[in-house]
Design a protein around this ligand. Structure first.
Ligand code: SF4
Length: 469
């Protein structure tokens, strides 16, 4: 429970007229960055299986997306639930690059180097943990094994921890070919930052955003979190003031899920410093209203974008996609994951590298791709993935297109979903008519709940996911 609220909305003011609805649909569920989700990956899926998919993908002419995971961080953020290694030991970047070089070489031998790399993303951990020479070397390694795209439309992005970057480093990143930056902001209040062990001055963020614009990065995104320790309505409003003043192109607003038994770093956060669920709903409503009033569009699944952003345009045109990095335009259907714990999506398979760095290193030293688990999507998975991704990305699924695509009448296939969908229609989340199921404005907030209706794996695993609203 917070103890420093100055202007306390009533419960009705806090959550709006749909308070009962939000309470009704507030449950735990996947973010659907894939379907089936990573919880279904199995160690029955082997390196040999993955190699077959890579070999088959070699002749595909569609563009390719590369994801590179850099797991290291210098300090531990207490809210962290990511796969990372906190260390200040010198030489870890060098050792990691030496192994990634083996992985890149093995991957390119299978998938070849002809497909255009239209999307590249460096994520972590902290990609900017690597120094300038190491980042340059990594880009050189990738560019010499894959077919980097020089098209202006390409999307080459990197996650930025503002504490590890100067304007000069941004100039280097631009020179290396990155044209998109994603800043981890979380909250700009000094007390909240102290409580999560992530102190970064707002002036520094302002300076970096100014430099990013001067160096002509074409897109800037911010990550924010609500529900953090010591966060108040006032501090959240101040964070939103700071963020809106900088006008990032995209904003991800995540809910902090306190699961200390699952994520050890969260044990450093005292439960009584956290907002309660009513206060978190109020925060969500405040943030939604303020961002919409500032001109952003809520495209769903925690993401706000400016109306002229490609994601908004892709959604309008019905071409938005979702992958492990969140929403994406439909530039590249296959994602090649590189680095410890990275996940690939190639053809009908998902493959995840070992999450254990020692295991990741030893497999590579043995000349083997470091796959730990994965799956091949069954026909049933493909059908359900299509419906879930259409709803999650384009906010509608056409029953007629489905019938033609899979040669099965939609309502015959999903007869068992009708009572739940009818209830959602009565609650104003979806509209069902002859041609499609579409998500309403109100339903965007409960988008995960609608997708969950079509997920056949949920029953015994909901407690492993984060809160849907
Ligand atoms: S939140 Fe990000 S920067 Fe912080 S410890 Fe986790 S991975 Fe590292």
């Amino acid at each position: 429970m917070m103890n420093s609220l100055s202007v306390v909305p009533t419960q009705q003011e806090a959550t709006g007229s749909n308070v009962d609805l939000i309470a009704k649909y507030s449950t735990q569920g996947p973010r659907y960055t894939s379907y089936p989700t990573a919880l279904q990956f199995s160690d029955q899926f082997t390196t040999a299986n993955y190699e077959q998919y890579l070999d088959a993908a070699r002749i595909d002419s569609a563009p390719l997306s590369l994801y590179v995971h850099i797991p290291f961080c210098r300090r531990l953020c207490y809210y962290c639930g990511c796969n990372k290694i906190v260390t200040k030991k010198s030489g870890v970047g060098r050792e990691y690059l030496d192994h990634i070089a083996i992985e890149i070489d093995l991957l390119s031998k299978h998938i070849g180097n002809t497909r255009h790399v239209s999307q590249l993303h460096f994520g972590g951990g902290t990609p900017t943990y690597l120094d300038d020479a190491e980042l340059t070397e990594l880009i050189h390694l990738l560019a010499s094994h894959f077919n980097f795209d020089d098209n202006q439309e390409r999307e080459y992005s990197i996650e930025i921890d503002p504490r590890t970057v100067t304007p000069d480093r941004l100039a280097l990143l631009r020179g290396l070919g990155f044209n998109r930056l994603s800043f981890g902001i979380q909250d700009t209040d000094p007390q909240v930052q102290k409580a999560i062990n992530r102190v970064q001055r707002t002036e520094q963020i302002i300076e970096l955003v100014g430099a990013a614009r001067a160096y002509r990065f074409s897109s800037i995104s911010f990550d924010l979190i609500y529900g953090l320790p010591l966060q108040t309505y006032e501090s959240l409003n101040k964070t939103l003031d700071d963020v809106i003043a900088l006008l990032p192109d995209r904003i991800s607003l995540y809910h902090y899920a306190h699961m200390p038994t699952r994520f050890a770093p969260q044990r450093a956060i005292e439960r009584q410093t956290l907002p309660d669920s009513y206060e978190k709903l109020a925060m969500l409503r405040i943030a939604n209203e303020r961002l919409i009033a500032a001109g952003y569009i809520y495209i769903g699944m925690d993401h706000f974008v400016r109306p002229d952003d490609e994601l908004a345009r892709s959604q309008k045109d019905g071409h938005l996609q979702r992958n492990f990095q969140g929403y994406s335009t439909s530039l590249a259907p296959d994602v090649l994951g590189i680095g410890v714990s990275a996940i690939s999506s190639i053809g009908d398979c998902y493959a995840q590298n070992s999450k254990d760095i020692a295991d990741y290193y030893s497999k590579l030293e043995a000349g083997q791709l470091p796959v730990d688990k994965g799956l091949t999507k069954t026909k049933e998975d493909q059908i359900r993935a299509y419906v879930i991704m259409e709803l999650a990305c384009n906010l509608r699924v056409s029953t007629q297109i489905f019938d033609n695509k899979f040669n099965i009448p939609f309502w015959e296939k999903f007869a068992d979903t009708q009572p739940k969908l009818a209830e959602m229609q009565r609650d104003g989340l979806v509209i069902i008519d002859q041609e499609d199921i579409s998500i309403t404005e109100q339903g965007r907030m409960m988008l995960r709940n609608v997708c969950m209706v079509f997920d056949q794996y949920l029953s015994d695993q909901t407690e492993r996911y984060s809160q849907t609203v």
